[in-house]
Design a protein around this ligand. Structure first.
Ligand code: SF4
Ligand code: SF4
Length: 101
């Protein structure tokens, strides 16, 4: 059965949860981060080798000079409420959303 939610007025709707962000398409603009109030994602650094590392971690500090670009990546996917705001502001169509069973 598909997971549903309810509006304040009691109307049922189907949340579309953030499932993935394509790191090849993402331009690291940060728009999705600004509209999400659930701490689902944050900007990460990408090394020349393509490793995606979270700032503030030991791994990131070790290779900080080798970061060639920033991309958005999920840190707490379980926090997503499926509002879809991030998809509406993304200029690169790099996010995938889906309803859950
Ligand atoms: S769907 Fe809503 S809650 Fe989920 S990541 Fe996007 S903006 Fe955040
Ligand atoms: S809005 Fe799209 S392009 Fe911009 S950081 Fe988020 S996922 Fe990347």
């Amino acid at each position: 059965m598909t997971l549903v939610a309810y509006t304040r007025g009691g109307a049922e709707y189907v949340p579309e949860f953030l499932m993935a962000i394509d790191k090849e398409k993402c331009i690291g603009c940060g728009r999705c981060y600004k509209v999400c109030g659930r701490d689902v994602m944050t900007l990460h650094g990408v090394t020349e080798d393509g490793d995606v590392l979270r700032p503030g971690t030991e791994e990131y500090e070790d290779v900080e000079d080798e970061i060639v670009k920033k991309v958005m990546a999920m840190i707490h996917p379980e926090n997503c409420i499926g509002c879809g705001a991030c998809a509406r502001v993304c200029p690169s169509d790099c996010q995938s959303h889906a309803a859950l069973d």
